[in-house]
Write a protein that binds this ligand. Sequence first.
Ligand SMILES: NC(=O)c1ccc[n+]([C@@H]2O[C@H](COP(=O)([O-])OP(=O)(O)OC[C@H]3O[C@@H](n4cnc5c(N)ncnc54)[C@H](OP(=O)(O)O)[C@@H]3O)[C@@H](O)[C@H]2O)c1
Length: 337
Amino acid sequence: MTDQMKRIALARRPEGVPAPQDFSIETMDIPAIKAGEVLVRVSCLSLDPYMRGRMSDAPSYAPSVDLGATMTGQGVGRVVASKADGFAVGDLVTGMTGWADHAVLPAAELRKLPEDIPESTALGVLGMPGFTAWTGLRKYGLPKAGETLVVASATGPVGSMVGQLAKAAGLRTIAIAGGPEKCALAVETFGFDAAIDHKAHDDAASLRAAIAAATPDGVDIYWENVGGKVLEAVMPLMNVGGRIPVCGMIAWYNGAEAGDKLPLIWRSVLTKRLSVNGLIIFDHWDDFPDFLSDVAPKVAAGDIAYLEDIAHGLDDMPQTFISMLTGGNTGKQIVKL
Ligand SMILES: NC(=O)c1ccc[n+]([C@@H]2O[C@H](COP(=O)([O-])OP(=O)(O)OC[C@H]3O[C@@H](n4cnc5c(N)ncnc54)[C@H](OP(=O)(O)O)[C@@H]3O)[C@@H](O)[C@H]2O)c1
């Protein structure tokens, strides 16, 4: 077994769009494991939009990554050494390994994975993003058959799960996605009733006209993944009593525009009596076993589709992350080592 590991650390805090120079690739000794700890050799890493927030030191709901520390993130790998009861060499596990090819973690922070499904699903369709969609739709979306749902980043792991669950509940589902290929995927792979290319519309008014044409009965649920132009387009189309689970605002993760559009947005919240719920998935982890019992058999049976975009190697991870923030990924972004 090697005694060296490679990791990617945060070298400086990005200004606007992150640059490769904001990260450093380092080789270091693998830390010695203590009682109760496990050494994992990582085979698969997750890249997620929330990581942009962790690169900033602005106050947030979660702590930022310290300068010089390993970038945070979930990984999957095999146990190569264990000083913890219940974990043996060879076990397949997942935990917050960080952007690294090895990680020493307390056993309590690891979860064993089954061997009979692809390991990468623990990072996407059967992991945090899939669970976010499942729990947020049930608790805040409150879908009813016959209603209409709109979601952007619709081919990503959250949006594609939201769309499929809503469709199965009898809703009309409208995808917003970037480019004709993703729009085709939204309809053909994820069963959306229609898909609208946000990149084909320069402004919110034009995008709104396209969404209005696809939603003749208005919008009952807008699942908020992106903010920006899409939010501005959808808000006036909301029906009385509509619901907006606010899950993410990726359009603003590299910096927000001036806030002079807020009057339009918040006037819609007021006049339509909308419920707007902030959703942070770590408030809901107690429901994760229920999510797996419900969704894992459907994934195994092929009743829930998922897409993964597989990149390779630690060295290009910063560039892959930067690209994901502006739509370079198609499906859940995974990095295989
Ligand atoms: N609240 C929580 O606990 C929680 C948990 C998980 C995820 N989230 C949030 O959920 C959202 C989706 O995350 P995900 O994990 O499913 O990843 P994801 O969909 O793969 O996110 C990347 C995608 O976002 C879309 N995007 C980027 N900039 C955009 C813009 N300006 N306008 C419209 N779309 C844009 C792009 O898709 P297109 O090319 O199709 O535009 C891109 O491929 C993110 O905002 C994330 O932060 C929140």
